[in-house]
Design a protein around this ligand. Sequence first.
Ligand SMILES: NC(=O)c1ccc[n+]([C@@H]2O[C@H](COP(=O)([O-])OP(=O)(O)OC[C@H]3O[C@@H](n4cnc5c(N)ncnc54)[C@H](OP(=O)(O)O)[C@@H]3O)[C@@H](O)[C@H]2O)c1
Length: 211
Amino acid sequence: MIGIIGGTGDFGRGLAKRLALSGRSVFIGSRDESKGVRIAGQVSEAIGTDRIKGGSNTTAAKCEYIYITLPSSSLQETLEKLKPQLEDKIVVECCVSLKFGKFIKVIDHEGKSTYELVREILDNSKVASALKTVSAYKLGRIETPLDETDFIMSLSDEAFEFAAENSRVLGLDVIRVRGKTHALTLERMTALAIQLNKDHPNSHFGFKLTR
Ligand SMILES: NC(=O)c1ccc[n+]([C@@H]2O[C@H](COP(=O)([O-])OP(=O)(O)OC[C@H]3O[C@@H](n4cnc5c(N)ncnc54)[C@H](OP(=O)(O)O)[C@@H]3O)[C@@H](O)[C@H]2O)c1
């Protein structure tokens, strides 16, 4: 079972839908257990599956595999609490720290990316960063294929393979990105996509690598 910590938001719900439709069992986590149960029920009903359950983030963290779809401002506090349950597990984080205004900016963490922040907090987990440039809007519209590239980072081959396999079944092309300097670049690409979507109404831009 894949637990999604912070899974009740747009991104987590879209991810849960697509993972469940690809045959995975998913657990949507929330700070509020009853909200997790309710959202899981709504998402299950919307796509006609019994593969999605929900409850607390604490229960989600007990799953074999984990995705994190929390606002970055809550990462430190939430992950410190759940850290013991996440030890030795594969954890895929999809989080970007953004500041919204006329121009959307990425906030770094004393020069570090959100990926590096999560790796620092969860230093005994196998962390990958994935899906950062894929919009929640597109994830949630299951009738539309995800025709773009997922730029995945991980120091762990096992975590990379897990994240890559899931992204491929979601329909994404996968490329592995190495070098922590590029983690911030990828997070800035998210800011760029959101900026473009804001400046070009009714557009839902993504990134696709070509050869
Ligand atoms: N939206 C996009 O298009 C997009 C694209 C790429 C990456 N991302 C990244 O994906 C992550 C999730 O995006 P989202 O739009 O789904 O975020 P969101 O709706 O703001 O938050 C997701 C969930 O996190 C929980 N949460 C909110 N504040 C919290 C706090 N202070 N402490 C603990 N939990 C809290 C809430 O669940 P409960 O109230 O149920 O606990 C909420 O439903 C973000 O880091 C975002 O940058 C988003």
